[in-house]
Structure formats: structure tokens, C-alpha cells
Write a protein that binds this ligand. Structure first.
Ligand SMILES: Nc1ncnc2c1ncn2[C@@H]1O[C@H](COP(=O)(O)OP(=O)(O)O)[C@@H](O)[C@H]1O
Ligand SMILES: Nc1ccn([C@@H]2O[C@H](COP(=O)(O)OP(=O)(O)O)[C@@H](O)[C@H]2O)c(=O)n1
Length: 208
């Protein structure tokens, strides 16, 4: 079974996707990491993330880059959002994601366009959302735990800017698939969100 988990930044989709993979015994791909690697590679090349040619060259990043802890930074998230606008980049990363999704036995993928572009046939699709304040608070706590001094208002502004870019791009914008189930985690703790996601997928699996 393919499980598609999409949603904006800090909605909890990565947490949910990992938990679904463990629960259903499926491999998991965090597709955002691929876009982050492209963004980071552009920076390492001294290129411009807004230039389609520079971004395309960076799609040939080495696999070892996926282990770089810098990919998890907000800076890499912003770069990823900028390179992900380019149709050539999305096309270059398509096959890798599609092959992962269609492997025998199924898989869990999280990102922005899994239910709409990468695996539109997925029988289980979640679109995970949360309020801006809940998401900013989560990122704030994450950064505080890493000992980084950041203002809550700056985090909220950054994530709104990234969401706006992801939602308004022409190619594979962040949008819920028509057959996705919406899961709002604003008022759910981690365990409650995971339990709700498992219930949604179990129901979807039962009806396919
Ligand atoms: N339901 C939740 N309640 C509170 N914090 C959460 C919840 N889900 C995830 N988190 C925390 O919020 C942060 C972002 O979650 P993550 O799953 O990485 O989001 P995304 O993949 O959507 O960016 C992480 O620190 C995670 O531990
Ligand atoms: N399937 C995907 C995954 C990520 N992305 C882009 O990559 C950026 C980083 O994605 P991510 O999933 O790592 O970001 P977070 O939700 O973890 O903050 C997003 O803001 C999107 O612009 C995308 O376009 N398509």
C-alpha cells in the first residue's frame, strides 16, 4: 500500500509519516530532504537557487549529502523551497520518488505533492495541517532545544513566506488531493496525531 502524507512545514507530517511506516512495516521517504539537498548543493556550488540552470546542475548531488545535518536547518528549508519552483528540478527528482513509491509492498512518502503528482493512485492520502501559531511554536521549541536564539515572530513570518511560495507555484503546488483526508493537528499532541493518522489509513486500507 502506498501512503501519501502531504502538508505545509511543521504541520507534523514527517512525525506522522515515520510513525505510519513503523506501524504498517513500510519503508519511508522524506521527499523534502531531496529538495533540501538540491538547495544545499546550489549553495556549495556558489550558484543561485533562483536560476533554473544552477538548480538543475545541483540535482546531481552526491547521495552522501543526504546525511549532512545542515540539510535540517531552516536556511536549507528556504533554499529547498526556492529550487523546488523550477519544473526541471521537479522532473529530475520525479523518477527517484516514483520508484520508491511503487516498490513491491508499498511505501510511505511525505512531502507536498505525493498525493497529487508522485503517487496519485495511492489508496491512503493524508493532508496534514495546523495553525500558523501551533507550527511556529513547534519550530520555536525545536530551535530552543538546539540552543538557537530565535524570535517566535520571525519563525512565524518565515514559515508563512515558505507556505505562500509552495502554495502559489505553477508546478505541483502545495494543495490537498481531492481524495485526501484532512488532519488538523493544531490541538493534537504527537501521540494523538499519530493515532488519528493510523485510524485514517486503517480505514482507507479496509476499503481498497
Ligand atoms: N502533534 C504535535 N504536537 C506537538 N508537536 C509536534 C506534533 N507533531 C510534530 N511535532 C513537533 O513539531 C516539529 C515539526 O514536526 P515535523 O513532523 O518535523 O513536521 P513537518 O514534517 O510537517 O515539517 C517537530 O519538533 C515535532 O517533534
Ligand atoms: N515533495 C516535496 C517536498 C518538499 N518540497 C519543497 O521542499 C521544501 C522543504 O520541504 P520539507 O518537507 O523538508 O520541509 P519541512 O516541512 O520539513 O519544513 C518545501 O518548502 C517545498 O518547497 C517540494 O516542493 N515537494
Amino acid at each position: 500500500m502506498i501512503i501519501a502524507v502531504d502538508g505545509p512545514t511543521a504541520s507534523g507530517k514527517g512525525t506522522i509519516a515515520k510513525a505510519l511506516a513503523a506501524h504498517f512495516g513500510l519503508p519511508h521517504l522524506d521527499t523534502g530532504l531531496l529538495y533540501r539537498a538540491v538547495g544545499r548543493q546550489v549553495a556549495l556550488n556558489g550558484g543561485n537557487p533562483d536560476d533554473p540552470a544552477d538548480a538543475l546542475v545541483a540535482c546531481a548531488f552526491p547521495d552522501s549529502l543526504l546525511d549532512d545535518p545542515e540539510l535540517r536547518s531552516e536556511a536549507s528549508g528556504g533554499l529547498a523551497s526556492r529550487v523546488s519552483l523550477h519544473p526541471g528540478v521537479r522532473q529530475a527528482l520525479y523518477e527517484r520518488q516514483r520508484a520508491f513509491a511503487t516498490q513491491p509492498g508499498g511505501a510511505v512518502l511525505d512531502g507536498r505533492d505525493i498525493g497529487t503528482v508522485i503517487a496519485p493512485e495511492a489508496p491512503a492520502k493524508l493532508f496534514v495541517v495546523a495553525s500558523v501559531s501551533a507550527r511556529a511554536e513547534r519550530r520555536f521549541k525545536e530551535m530552543q532545544a538546539q540552543g538557537r536564539a530565535v524570535a517566535l515572530a520571525d519563525i512565524a513570518a518565515d514559515l508563512e513566506a515558505r507556505d505562500a511560495r509552495d502554495r502559489s507555484r505553477a508546478e505541483a503546488p502545495l494543495v490537498a488531493a481531492a481524495d485526501a483526508v484532512l488532519l488538523d493537528t493544531s490541538d493534537l499532541n504527537r501521540d494523538e496525531a499519530i493515532a488519528a493518522a493510523i485510524a485514517i489509513v486503517t480505514k482507507a486500507a479496509g476499503s481498497c
